[in-house]
Design a protein around this ligand. Structure first.
Ligand SMILES: Cc1cc2nc3c(=O)[nH]c(=O)nc-3n(C[C@H](O)[C@H](O)[C@H](O)COP(=O)(O)O)c2cc1C
Length: 163
């Protein structure tokens, strides 16, 4: 099963966490992780993906404008019915990463995606809206991003079993 991990990253933090998510996805047998920057998305891989992660830096307590522009324009392929999950990086806890995640989730719902995080249902680490890494605990957050990748991949396999 193909799973796309899409990210925007100017200074590398969100890309690093996208790589951690890809590592987590790859621990789940039967999945193939495709890691793409927003401006270099493999349209065929995305079209064939059952699950899609979106990663954003927090800009002015919201999603970066580059994702807003991407969602405003026609999608490169239909996103409806795909499982979606979100992650963000930010400088500080009060910086608005949750709003960045919620804004992405809103765009995904408008496109008809199914949204999943695992929430509190998977136990520790609790990941309510999506995975967030802050400047102050960036390195320590990496295992949580790998767990997030694994959880979403397992849910995708459960929802879309392949013969
Ligand atoms: C234009 C701009 C606005 C930002 N606004 C916020 C903000 O509101 N809250 C916050 O916590 N960090 C903010 N940051 C910091 C970034 O979210 C943070 O450094 C992020 O990890 C950068 O991701 P990247 O390295 O993948 O580009 C801002 C950075 C830039 C460049």
């Amino acid at each position: 099963m193909k799973i796309s991990i899409l990210y925007f990253s100017l200074t590398g933090h969100t890309r690093t966490m996208a790589e951690e998510i890809a590592e987590g996805v790859r621990t789940v047998p039967g999945t193939e992780a495709g890691l793409f920057a927003l401006d270099a998305i493999d349209k065929d891989f995305l079209a064939g993906s059952k699950a899609v992660f979106f990663g954003t830096p927090t800009y002015l307590a919201s999603t970066c404008w580059q994702w807003k522009k991407w969602f405003d324009e026609p999608a490169p392929c239909p996103l409806g019915g795909k499982l979606g999950a979100v992650f963000a990086t930010a400088n500080f806890a009060q910086g608005g990463a949750d709003i960045a995640l919620q804004t992405l989730i809103t765009h995904m719902m408008v496109k008809g995606m199914l949204v999943y995080s695992g929430g509190g249902a998977c136990g520790h680490p609790y990941i309510h809206l999506g995975a967030v890494a802050l400047k102050e605990n960036f390195e320590e957050s990496k295992p949580m991003f790998r767990v997030f990748g694994e959880r979403v991949a397992r849910k995708a396999l459960e929802l879309f079993p392949e013969p």
